[in-house]
Design a protein around this ligand. Structure first.
Ligand SMILES: Cc1cc2nc3c(=O)[nH]c(=O)nc-3n(C[C@H](O)[C@H](O)[C@H](O)COP(=O)(O)O)c2cc1C
Length: 159
């Protein structure tokens, strides 16, 4: 099984999280690909055999980061049914933005669900004001997500 991590970031934190997962979880899946969202569009979800992980921060007033804009907008402008897509979400934010905490990842989640994609597990949120390392907590979350939720769900779907 291939895990495709799609990274939305402004100052690279989400990219560090994705790269830490790529190293730490290599024993759990056959292949882990990390792709910055720059220049991607909805066709990135065409791979029916991949498991997807959205890893996105939040900017402005609850927006997706600039490099995620094209992909996010394409889900609206060139929509198609994504019923084959199974995905998880890592949403990075800061609780001092109380009205829009982690909206970047949550917005992707909402839009993907609207196109029929199926989220596995809950959206995992990291709070930058909590003085915890997102790479550390993110890899712990991802290992557990893969082992207890995502891999069993995919095995069940193909059985
Ligand atoms: C100008 C600015 C606006 C932000 N807006 C939000 C926001 O609306 N909601 C939120 O939860 N976090 C917000 N954040 C926090 C970032 O999402 C958070 O620090 C994240 O870890 C940054 O990840 P990145 O380096 O991958 O972009 C904002 C940060 C900055 C600098």
């Amino acid at each position: 099984m291939k895990l495709k991590i799609l990274v939305g970031t402004m100052t690279s934190t989400a990219d560090y999280v994705a790269q830490a997962i790529q190293m730490d979880c290599a024993d759990l899946v056959d292949d882990i690909e990390v792709a910055l969202m720059d220049d991607l569009d909805i066709s990135v979800f065409d791979d029916a055999d991949a498991l997807y992980l959205i890893c996105s921060s939040t900017y402005g007033s609850g927006d997706v980061p600039d490099n995620a804009r094209n992909l996010y907008d394409s889900l609206d402008l060139t929509p198609k049914f994504l019923g084959h897509v199974r995905y998880g979400v890592i949403a990075l934010g800061d609780r001092t933005y109380s009205q829009t905490f982690c909206f970047g990842g949550k917005k992707f989640d909402e839009r993907l669900q609207g196109l029929g994609a199926q989220r596995i597990g809950e959206v995992w949120c990291h709070d930058a004001s909590a003085a915890t390392l997102p790479e550390e907590l993110g890899t712990v979350w991802c290992r557990e997500w893969l082992e207890k939720e995502a891999i069993p769900a995919l095995q069940k779907a193909t059985a």
